[in-house]
Design a protein around this ligand. Structure first.
Ligand code: FAD
Length: 269
């Protein structure tokens, strides 16, 4: 299945593009998307504030967005922050919404990026990556074969592998030192893809409390959240905590939130 899919995807992509149809990224990484969005918003006259938002208050027909040391007025608000932070920000204007947002749990993970000489890996890596089921008894959750997935991620004769470890069922990863995490990853890679050398590049990125957990009851909770959100004028919630964690779903949630934020009124000049 996977081999056939890769072969088909390879033959249908041009040489300079992503090698697998459903995997798309930017040459210089995902920050490109954020930078483009910020620049588009600025040129459309949207005020981009780097400060941390502390709370939202109603001020007549407008919002007052309270920041570290100032407050700004806004006609509409899209709140695209983690649900636990959103809970604090809306606690005065909607205690009900705040209470539901607070109940959404998050887990963390570490991403270990490793560069190897191609000859140090027995496996061909002719796949997008691998997902490791719990029954396999490994600590890593998944590995992305980045240099197979996207062009330009490693020099010729080298490979880049990004390994995911942690998650809701292995919270202990957060308290392990980077060297310990790398050690765990290398043990599992040796037995899964026949790794026999040491990495020439090692990078550990921690993603604390970044993965929302759609626990049992999430669908019902979302109904309450959407009802409470709709009671707030010119307001929308966006982000991975609600109805999908993938970037396309998060973008869609932002588009819906933006429509909600402007639907109640004509935006003032
Ligand atoms: C390790 C990992 C790998 C992933 N890989 C993929 C993948 O390959 N493909 C895919 O589709 N998805 C992937 N995802 C999922 C996807 O990246 C996330 O679900 C998505 O980026 C979350 O977007 P968000 O806007 O909800 O949250 P974030 O991107 O976390 O944005 C929240 C923003 O709120 C800001 N903020 C926080 N507090 C405040 C405050 N008080 N005031 C103002 N701003 C504040 C933060 O600075 C941040 O910019 C991955 C996730 C992880 C953790």
């Amino acid at each position: 299945g996977e081999k056939k899919r890769v072969k088909q995807a390879n033959s249908s992509c041009d040489a300079s593009g992503a090698r697998y149809g459903q995997f798309v990224s930017f040459k210089h990484g995902m920050q490109t998307l954020i930078d483009a969005l910020e620049s588009r918003l600025r040129s459309a006259g949207v005020l981009v504030v780097q400060d941390q938002v502390r709370s939202l208050q109603r001020d007549g027909s407008q919002w007052q967005v309270v920041l570290g040391n100032q407050a700004i007025r806004a006609d509409g608000v899209v709140l695209g922050v983690p649900a636990s932070t959103a809970a604090t920000i809306v606690s005065t204007v909607s205690p009900n919404l705040s209470a539901e947002l607070k109940m959404i749990e998050f887990a963390g993970a570490a991403v270990v990026s490793l560069g190897f000489d191609q000859q140090d890996v027995s496996h061909s890596l002719r796949a997008a990556g691998m997902i490791i089921p719990k029954v396999a008894g490994k600590r890593i959750l998944a590995a992305s074969f980045s240099s197979s997935k996207f062009p330009g991620r490693a020099p010729p004769d080298a490979v880049l592998i990004r390994t995911f470890i942690g998650g809701a069922l292995d919270m202990g990863i957060a308290s392990l030192a980077d060297e310990e995490v790398v050690k765990e990853v290398l043990i599992d890679l040796r037995t899964t893809i026949g790794l026999h050398g040491n990495p020439s590049i090692v990078q550990v990125d921690r993603w604390h409390r970044s993965m929302p957990q759609y626990n049992i009851g999430h669908v019902e909770r979302m109904k309450k959240i959407r009802q409470a959100e709709a009671q707030l004028q010119s307001f929308g919630l966006a982000g991975s905590a609600y109805e999908g964690v993938g970037i396309p779903q998060v973008i869609q949630s932002g588009q819906i939130a933006a429509a909600n934020a402007i639907k109640d009124q004509a935006i003032s000049e």
